[in-house]
Design a protein around this ligand. Structure first.
Ligand code: MN
Length: 250
């Protein structure tokens, strides 16, 4: 297969490299990724400055297109200019989970949903780790998914959000198909002073308040690999049905 590989941690990120190593054994893998980290930019695209592309080399591992844009920019530019349509787009492996409400902020996930908007199936892959990450098992698991997912007869083009616990493989409890958690996060801002005496804020210490066992948040916390099918239709169908009987006089 022809696979487009991207991420939001930047083209030099370890998670992308691990995935390239694993997937390029059996597939043609083309890398188009942000030249630097663009985590938590959501589905942002770049309109006010030009997009510039450089071919870069990551050691002896691979050559890829580094773009001064967002993950969604990378997928669009790859599709329209650099690469053309591919059999699958894979975004990751992200450093840190992308579950619950964080799916909305995630550049990793938005690269994958951008792919499905353009008609290509996609996987967003994240590892639930921020320290001493080891991407080996996660990369291997993605290569297994890539080989099997097309046999599942999913509506096309599908987008799967895959989150992998950072545990030794034998301690991972299994795989759960989940829904996205929707509960709010408990967040905190640290208020500090800069050297000039001006107040500034730094967001920190987010905490999930999710208990529904059918969600990605809880499955991952319990030690399961979580797979959530996503779509980019934000319509609230139930409210739309109710609105259809409303008459607005003006
Ligand atoms: Mn990231």
């Amino acid at each position: 297969m022809r696979i487009l590989l991207t991420n939001d941690d930047g083209i030099y990120a370890e998670g992308l490299c691990a995935l390239y190593r694993c997937l390029s054994l059996d597939h043609e893998v083309i890398v188009v990724a942000p030249e630097a980290e663009r985590s938590a930019v959501g589905h942002a695209i770049t309109l006010s400055v030009p997009l510039r592309v450089r071919m870069v080399r990551r050691g002896r591992e691979f050559r890829g297109y580094a773009v001064n844009g967002t993950p969604a920019d990378c997928v669009k530019l790859a599709f329209y200019e650099l690469v053309g349509p591919v059999d699958m787009v894979i975004s990751g492996i992200n450093r840190g989970a992308n579950v619950g409400i964080n799916v909305l902020y995630s550049g990793t996930v938005s690269a994958a949903t951008e792919a499905t908007i353009l008609g290509m199936p996609a996987l967003a892959v994240s590892l639930d780790a921020y320290r001493q990450e080891s991407y080996c098992f996660a990369a291997y698991f993605v290569s297994v998914l890539v080989d099997q997912v097309f046999h599942w007869s999913l509506p096309f083009p599908f987008c799967l959000n895959v989150n992998i616990p950072h545990l030794p493989p034998q301690q991972i409890k299994g795989i759960k198909f989940t829904r996205q958690g929707t509960n709010r996060l408990r967040e905190r801002f640290e208020k500090r002073l800069d050297p000039h005496g001006n107040v500034y804020y730094w967001q920190c210490g987010e905490e999930f308040m999710e208990e529904d066992p059918e969600t990605d948040v809880v499955a991952l916390k319990q030690g399961y690999i979580s797979i959530t099918p996503l779509h980019h239709d934000l319509t609230h169908s139930e409210i739309l049905t109710r609105l259809e009987s409303i008459k607005i006089s003006y």
